[in-house]
Design a protein around this ligand. Structure first.
Ligand code: MSP
Length: 622
């Protein structure tokens, strides 16, 4: 039996799930369902990337241990997958022992091969990117938190495999898709490839997998994360399915993580003497998806918010139909409604309600005896057989949006067939002929529902139930004469644009004031108690005072415009409240690191102070 192993990136748990995560996972789900329905033995893997600096920082920000943070975030992803009707076969978390073991096995193997060496490195390090960057990159202004760092580290001899990788890409034209991404990687490989720093000293970062050959270091998060793709099918586990599924058919990724997947990962596998994945497919980005959600028409919205309102299937449909795989796409409410109303409500939903209503009305609510053998009927049948083949070919070559459009065109042609044959008239004048037409149209609907089932698993099930179709084989002719129809409400109730416009106007009128913030936004402001140690006036500035304060173990200086309300002596020893994580600023040429809180009305200003036996400096205020 053919196997089909498909992966999504494993997602960082520093953030709650968003459209980027949802999109790739739905895409993987749709592709896997197609392959599963075609009788292949499928394995669909998704999961979480839980180590590294980003996750450690996110946990620190929330004042929880990194593992606890991950344990809290993981269910959020699982809940979303459930809601989106994702049928993954495995869900890997990189903190699981099965993964830690494989990472250490691979590291040891690569080390024993002589592909890992130790070196002292001095360079510019970007804290936000968690990597050393070049001078040129530092100058580009695209990197934050840059500092000079000198460190002993372990390096993977990636450069050794540069030529082998170039040859592999050239010999396997489908290895990196789409083509423009392949060319991007080949362009990148024209420059000499450096070696990859794969360790982080525990003094700097300890949230990671320990190197098996030096316990003072943890593994670089990407070296750890990429290995998940072989952990899950059971690398180095006896009796597991590793050889059955690996190499994966595709790693689905976003365009931003192309280099790690098509340069780091294949060279790592070459060193570990493992086969490379068959394909790496980079999709584009949804633009505007994360912008402010707004109900008004035409505005950018959060697609996940639409699920509540219109159901999961239409949102899955839209995401799959609208994005040309490999290119960017924008999500707008306007285009969502357009697609929904025209493809789903008008074309698909309407065909079903017409056919089922006529069968209920004139044919006892049962599938008639035989199909239509008129030239028009034969043409629908031939077309249907062709469409089954075309859709599969398009899916195999990762053209999901085209496969959907092929099915929709077929549905539109069946609607035309209905217009031409007018079975509602025939039912009265020539009942047998009318029955034949409805049989053929119902069979076309059955086939269309099966072709769209991977995209809309639930609503297409309703179509099959409505038609009393128990045969789910994707071949023309599965309807049973005499099968009883079931009645259901409208499959895709039309979105009433006028009503929506009215509602959105009303909404805008009673909209929350602009100054409302979310709980998470509030949480991101770190308010802390601070003790005032020394205060002096700032020369040449009437309004400013320079305060030396203590925030827990830390000493800081802040500049504050309160000189006209307080004299330095008033303030010493007071316990005040400061915004501790405010970006440092230079005021009047002096560095100010934080901001104090005060209440103000007109010209009156009162400092916020706290008394109490249990109050110490550095306490977080919630
Ligand atoms: N943890 C790494 C992947 C390791 S795989 C061994 C990572 N995680 S991520 O959570 O930051 O991103 C996951 C995916 O979401 C990436 O493929 C990225 O391209 C995708 N997206 C994030 N925002 C997106 C959109 N707006 N649109 C589509 N996908 C985008 O990177």
């Amino acid at each position: 039996m053919n196997t089909f192993y498909l992966t999504t990136p494993i997602y960082y748990v520093n953030d709650k799930p968003h459209i980027g995560h949802a999109y790739t996972t739905i895409l993987a789900d749709v592709l896997t369902r197609f392959h599963r329905n075609a009788g292949e033995d499928t394995f669909f893997l998704t999961g979480l990337d839980e180590h590294g600096q980003k996750v450690q920082q996110a946990a620190e920000k929330r004042n929880v241990a990194p593992k606890d943070h991950c344990d809290e975030m993981a269910p959020r992803f699982l809940e979303l997958w459930d809601k989106l009707h994702i049928q993954n076969d495995d869900f890997i978390r990189t903190t699981e022992p099965r993964h830690v073991k494989v990472v250490q096995d691979i590291l040891q193997q690569v080390y024993d091969n002589g592909d890992i060496y130790e070196d002292e490195y001095e360079g510019l390090y970007s804290v936000s990117e968690e990597r050393f960057i070049t001078e040129k990159e530092a100058e580009s202004g695209e990197f934050r938190d840059i500092k000079k760092l000198k460190e002993k580290n372990y390096f993977f001899k990636m450069s050794k495999y540069q030529q082998a990788l170039i040859d592999h890409i050239n010999d396997n034209p489908k290895f990196i898709q789409p083509d423009h991404r392949k060319n991007e990687v080949l362009g990148f490989l024209k420059q000499p490839l450096g070696d990859l720093c794969i360790s982080r000293p525990k003094t700097r970062l300890n949230w990671g997998i320990e190197l098996p050959f030096d316990s003072d270091y943890v593994t670089y998060v990407w070296f750890d994360a990429l290995i998940n793709y072989i952990t899950a099918p059971g690398y180095n586990v006896e009796d597991a399915n590793f050889n059955k599924y690996w190499p994966a058919n595709y790693h689905l990724i976003g365009k931003d993580i192309l280099t790690t997947h098509s340069v780091y990962w294949p060279t790592m596998l070459m060193s570990a003497k493992l086969p490379l994945p068959q394909g790496i497919f980079a999709h584009g980005w949804w633009l505007g998806g994360e912008s402010k959600m707004s109900k008004s028409l035409g505005n950018v919205v959060d697609p996940l918010g639409l699920i509540e309102e219109y159901g999961v299937d239409p949102v899955r449909y839209y995401l799959m139909r609208e994005m040309v795989l490999g290119q960017d796409a924008s999500f707008t409410m306007e285009s969502f409604i357009k697609r929904y109303n025209s493809d789903l409500a008008n074309d698909f939903g309407n065909l079903l309600s017409r056919v089922s209503n006529l069968l209920q009305k004139f044919y006892d609510g049962k599938i008639p005896a035989i199909e239509d053998d008129s030239p028009e009927g034969i043409s629908v049948k031939e077309n249907g057989i062709q469409v089954i083949e075309d859709v599969w070919r398009q899916i195999e070559s990762m053209r999901v949006n085209e496969a959907i459009e092929t099915t929709l065109q077929f549905i539109r042609s069946v609607n035309k067939y209905m217009e031409t044959m007018a079975p509602w008239k025939l039912a009265k004048t020539d009942s047998e002929a009318g029955g034949k037409v409805l049989f053929t149209a119902a069979e076309a609907l059955r086939v269309s529902a099966l072709l769209l089932a991977p995209v809309m698993p639930h609503r297409t099930q309703t179509v099959l139930e409505t038609l009393g179709a128990s045969d789910s084989s994707l071949e023309w002719g599965g309807l049973t004469a005499g099968a009883e129809l079931k009645t259901h409400g409208a499959l895709f109730p039309r979105i009433d644009v006028k009503k929506l416009e009215k509602e959105s106007k009303a909404d805008q009128q009673k909209e929350e004031p602009d100054n409302v913030i979310t709980f998470d936004e509030f949480q991101s402001v770190e308010l802390k108690t601070a003790k005032v140690l020394e205060v002096e006036k700032v020369d040449g500035a009437d309004k400013l005072l320079k305060l030396q304060i203590e925030v827990g173990d830390e000493k800081r200086q802040i500049i504050s415009g309160i000189a006209q309300h307080y004299s330095p002596e008033d303030l010493v020893d007071k316990m005040i409240v400061v915004v501790a994580n405010l970006k440092p600023a230079t005021i009047f040429g002096i560095e100010s690191h934080g901001m104090l809180l005060a209440a103000k009305k007109g010209k009156d200003l009162t400092l916020i102070t706290i008394d109490g036996d249990k109050v110490a400096s550095g306490m977080r205020i919630y």
